[in-house]
Design a protein around this ligand. Structure first.
Ligand code: RB5
Length: 148
């Protein structure tokens, strides 16, 4: 399982800790930056993670910024991406089970590192349930094909 990970300047340290945590657990991780504390633009990194997942280079993605919100908005603009901001483990788990999220987002200024690890664990161990949830996910993805 390969996970693409990206972040802005607000989340460099948390990204590094989450990367190490994932690698310890045996996941392959592709770091898409930033690794600099210099102020940068989170959409760049949300898009990079989205494209890695949508293009099949990674199985799943993790995006971290100050709140998780801006980078999730950017990732969600990539066709095929279902990114959700989860600040606690229950939503993270249900976002996989019901919404088949392929990108997990959270905020380095919102959650501490131990909570972030729990969120990641719940998200990675949950499985999409399919059935009626598949129909709803299909309806979400069909919105991408509609015109104005
Ligand atoms: C950067 O200051 C901050 O705006 C960003 O990390 C994020 O919280 C945006 O949604």
């Amino acid at each position: 399982m390969k996970i693409a990970i990206g972040n802005d300047h607000a989340a460099v340290e948390m990204k590094q800790e989450i990367m190490a945590y994932l690698q310890e657990k045996g996941y392959e991780v592709e770091n898409l930056g930033t690794d600099s504390p210099e102020s940068c633009d989170y959409p760049v990194y949300g898009e990079k993670v989205g494209r890695a997942v949508a293009g099949g280079r990674a199985d799943l993605g993790i995006c971290i910024c100050g709140t998780g919100i801006g980078i999730s908005l950017a990732a969600n603009k990539v066709k095929g991406i279902r990114a959700a901001v989860c600040s606690e483990p229950y939503s993270a788990k249900l976002s996989r089970m019901h919404n088949d999220t392929n990108v997990l987002c959270f905020g380095a200024r919102v959650v501490g590192i131990e909570l972030a690890k729990m969120i990641v664990d719940e998200w990675l161990s949950a499985e999409f349930l399919g059935g009626r949830h598949q129909r709803r996910v299909d309806l979400i993805m069909a919105i991408e094909e509609k015109g104005e």
